[in-house]
Design a protein around this ligand. Sequence first.
Ligand code: C5P
Ligand code: C5P
Ligand code: ZN
Length: 481
Amino acid sequence: MTLDKFRDELGFLSKAGEIADRIRSIIDKGFSFMIICHNDADGLAAGAICSTMLLRENARFTTRAVRGPDEALKNLRELPERCVPILVDMGSGYLAEVSEAVKDRQAIILDHHEPMGQASENILQLNPHLYGINGAEEISGAGVVYLVAKALNEENVKLSPIAVVGALGDLQDRGDGRRLHGLNELIVKDAVENDLLRIEEDLLLYGRSYKPLHVALASTMNPFIVGISGNEANAYSLLTEIGIKIKEDDRWRVLAELSEEEKKQLYNGILKHLASLGLPPSIARELIGCVYELVREEPWTYLRDAREFASLLNACGKTGNEWLGLAIGMGSRGDLLEEAQRVLEEYRRRMAEAIEYAMREENRQELKNLIVIDGGNVIDDRLVSSVASMLSSMNVQGEDKILLALAQSEDSIKISARSPRRLVDRGLNLGKLLARAAQLVGGRGGGHDIAAGANIPKTRKALFLLELDRIIEEELPRLKS
Ligand code: C5P
Ligand code: C5P
Ligand code: ZN
């Protein structure tokens, strides 16, 4: 990759350096920091990188993982004296509100969401979109923080694998063969050159070199294989049906020791399974590609495969165990890792149930431009984002419709929306549309071109769906053909 491939990549990198200098001077003046991060995989990876960066400089800080903008703004309004907030993997989507909440204090935003509104002068913002770099695909929140951390102290190059985990958590592996691309390539390069990461092409089952085949198959969540992901017994039956030997004498076989012929057989068997459920073969493309292996992690842990590491962070964030995800991201292992692995196991089972519910016809509603999956009170509102991502990875929405997954939280309805690639390539920006529709019903929305979300008042669901459907209908003729 050449640097001049981007419009102003150098400008972006030098801004990262400028922000690192500012952080150093804030530390020197004796201020403390409050890191506020999103509670998904990329958010926790970003929070962990930022925390490790400050720890290395002996700075004083606290870290809070939050569910969304409202909680972030509340923390900003209640900041202690002489404390500088650093918003990571969030903040750019609602600049006016952040400005209002921090008043004339200094604040730092390290984000990859498309900036909306104007930031006041006391806010320092590093965001790829301001340099013509697509934050939805080319760099994640964790990647943005990583570049600042590296500019602050070269030692932080050791955190590059966590930035890779963040990017995979945000599903940025959209290059050919599920490769990370854009600025993410710079980060991957840091990790590979420092012997922290190895990349290979293979079937993308989690734990391909150490998990028994059926366990690897059942552990795989990206792509999500309905009926198999989260269900070892079904995975075992599928392998037996396909006719793949699961044991060699008394020893479980692993994916890495399968012959090319057997891998093809396995791949075709999964395809057949998907077809039997009426799912399109396009998901198969998602099953082959680059494996990102963190070579310094013990081979038998869930951290060895960067995609599974991301699933683990996500599971921690979405089950009230944010602190555990942050600790693992910052390097804790031992008992904490065992606990996090248990959290992931439980999360897999709950996700399998949620997906099974979401796939039932009676829970699905179709509007002109929307496929709506209503999780009501059954799907935990903290799981709805992952449900949407997984259904979308199964192409449930087809080529022309937007997928929405809904669930009720205590005081509002949480909505996660995903667009087919084809509409994004034609210029659709889901984040902007969700922001508009949510605002019309007194809610708040935003996000990326391909993945966005909203929170709306409980009584406004029907109106919101109609408005969003109408807004998309208006937008379609404006898209490139
Ligand atoms: O807030 P943040 O940017 O971290 O969240 C992006 C979300 O969008 C993640 O949950 C990620 O899984 C999802 N996503 C998706 N499909 C894509 C890109 C991102 O579901 N193609
Ligand atoms: O929650 P979910 O992963 O579906 O969100 C997709 C994207 O939309 C994320 O990048 C998230 O930060 C953003 N979002 C937002 N405002 C909301 C809900 C989600 O900007 N109210
Ligand atoms: Zn992110």
